[in-house]
Write a protein that binds this ligand. Structure first.
Ligand code: CA
Length: 290
């Protein structure tokens, strides 16, 4: 079995949101609970971080430069020359305890971002931030919004609500951003851990980080079959993204939160950033168009 190796001794509380910024050849990721955006430069082997002062669910590059971050209950921009986040849009939702979690841009540059339920009930949502900075409410009844990816022909959107223990798909219309016909493409057995962050490879297969499973699995969304497993020596495996030269490296984030002192002793690399070369390449990530 392939095994991921630790590459950044980050010891993150809740590492998440891995995404390759091809324009600047760096891996973006976050430590949600520490409120930090991380920028990892694999050529220099250096990881730097920007403190945003509150939880940060995810980060994506912005086409005009800088970054877009999903802070506690607002989407903000971080300019390249100024590290102070500027609020672009605020979350208006009935459940004030819920915070922004994972998110990603679609092939048209809209930013899709969901919330996580503070009470772990289905009272979280998925939202879409348009280029004009208007926020649209897409889905209700979510427990823990995660794992977004779009098929290579941009006709399918893959989605994970970790609370359902499943990888789902929607028909997706790139012109209107409408999603329809939700169905489960892979039901995840409990012994694999819970499906969390997700990315797609150049063959249209899904790579899913499994929380509590210490692994990233490659799933075939057409058959629902499990194709391959990458072992990660950190049980709380949270997100993954292809990056580096030829998008041939799979970067993997992990967490320390929720582990006992005994587990942390047994898994000293929990919270670190990992990498593996699985023999297949990814596809470029999309930037926010607004
Ligand atoms: Ca997540």
């Amino acid at each position: 079995m392939l095994k991921a190796e630790p590459i950044v001794d980050a010891q993150a509380t809740l590492g998440e949101g891995a995404l390759w910024d091809a324009r600047r050849r760096r891996l973006l990721w976050v430590d949600i609970q520490a409120g930090k955006v991380h920028l990892f430069n694999p050529d220099a082997g250096e990881d730097e971080s920007i403190a945003v002062g509150q939880t940060v669910g995810t980060v994506v590059p912005r086409a005009r430069g800088g970054l877009i971050v999903a802070m506690h209950r607002a989407v903000a921009a971080i300019d390249p020359d100024c590290r102070e986040p500027k609020i672009l849009a605020e979350l208006q939702s009935p459940t004030a305890e819920n915070r922004f979690n994972d998110g990603k841009c679609d092939p048209a540059g809209r930013f899709w971002v969901g919330t996580i339920s503070a009470s772990r009930r289905p009272d979280a949502c998925l939202y879409r931030l348009q280029a004009d900075l208007s926020i649209h409410h897409v889905l209700d009844g979510v427990v823990n919004s995660n794992g977004l990816a779009w098929s290579l022909d941009a006709k399918t959107m893959y989605y994970i609500d970790t609370g359902t223990h499943a990888i789902d798909a929607f028909d997706y219309d790139i012109d209107s951003a409408a999603v329809r016909n939700r169905r489960t493409v892979a039901a995840v057995p409990a012994d694999e851990g819970k499906p969390d962050g997700m990315t797609i490879d150049a063959e249209g297969m899904l790579w899913v980080a499994h929380w509590g499973g210490g692994r990233v699995n490659r799933w075939d969304p057409r058959s629902g079959r499990l194709l391959q497993t990458v072992a990660v020596p950190a049980a709380h495996t949270t997100s993954c993204a292809f990056g580096g030269t030829d998008l041939a490296t799979l970067y993997i984030t992990t967490a320390r939160t929720g582990m006992t002192a005994e587990q942390l002793t047994a898994q000293p690399h929990a919270g670190d950033l990992f990498a593996v070369h699985p023999g297949v390449s990814g596809v470029p990530a999309f930037e926010f168009a607004g």
